[in-house]
Design a protein around this ligand. Sequence first.
Ligand code: NCD
Ligand code: ZN
Length: 343
Amino acid sequence: MRELKIIQPDDWHCHLRDGAYLSRTVPDSAAIFKRVIVMPNLTTPITHPSAAKKYRERILNAVPEGNDFEPLMTLYLTDETTPHVIAEAKASGIIHGAKLYPQGVTTHSEAGVTKLEKIYPTLEAMSEHHIPLLIHGEVNDPAVDIFDREKYFIDKILTQLVKNFPSLKIVFEHITTKDAVLFVEESSKNVAATITPHHLYYQRNAMFMGGIRPHYYCLPVLKRQEHQLALIAAATSGNPKFFIGTDSAPHAVTRKESSCGCAGIYNSPTALALYAEIFATQNKLHKLEGFTSLYGADFYGLAHNQKTITLREISKNVPETLSFGDETIIPLKAGQSVKWDII
Ligand code: NCD
Ligand code: ZN
């Protein structure tokens, strides 16, 4: 039975949601992660530091007694986000990134940016104030095949953006393709990427195993095996440009199991076990700590965590459902087991 002691992990991309969801998401994340980068795509997006401050309080109110969990807040960029708002975000001391959702690209992205050029002065301000740009890297053009939207984004938007803003720190969030891996590897040290457990663990067939499986549907959508293999190689390589970001994104079961089900996978309780399993399968367990606990903090310019955790290779059952308020969520690996647990 293998054991691995590592510095406590952080999660550099997580949707904690709001309201009743917080009673589920916050304790689940806080049971494993010291810090999470909190996505701002609430029903009313977090577009101003004052809203982020209030949202942070609501999150902190849901942290279990005695837990030192730290939510790291982000701003949601719109066409109207001004350089002044970025200066205020910096001054607030609680904002650690600003998120670009190209309009219409995913859940709650209706208020997202329509044309990047409109916010160039804002991006300039982010560069000056050292606020990283967090990117959902897909084009929103319905004419582009959904499996190609990340590659199109790289070719049509990201390549130019990186040239125009060489000093801006960019996190290419939840990458899903070998094209993205290559782009990040070949970019400057200011460009990094997060990788989710589900994009490492599954390929697109998972959505169609014997029928249509809404709980494997997320955006960017799962890709074919060659991309999964490139992600596994990148995550386990020890290259500090690639680090953890679960993209845990809960939706009540009624919103997933529907004629038009929402995109998003709830994986906070199982993410770390799945990362460990992937690294173990590749004989790269010695690289896990860098990926989960060091590289992200380094990129964001934050200290490493003080505490350690110990992972043990032991089977653990995952519940069929998890509740919050009057609703339920089906977590990733529901009703199955994972191979690692924190002891
Ligand atoms: C996320 C959500 O539900 O908020 N969904 C998802 O499929 N990942 C949004 C996002 O990160 O794209
Ligand atoms: Zn996300």
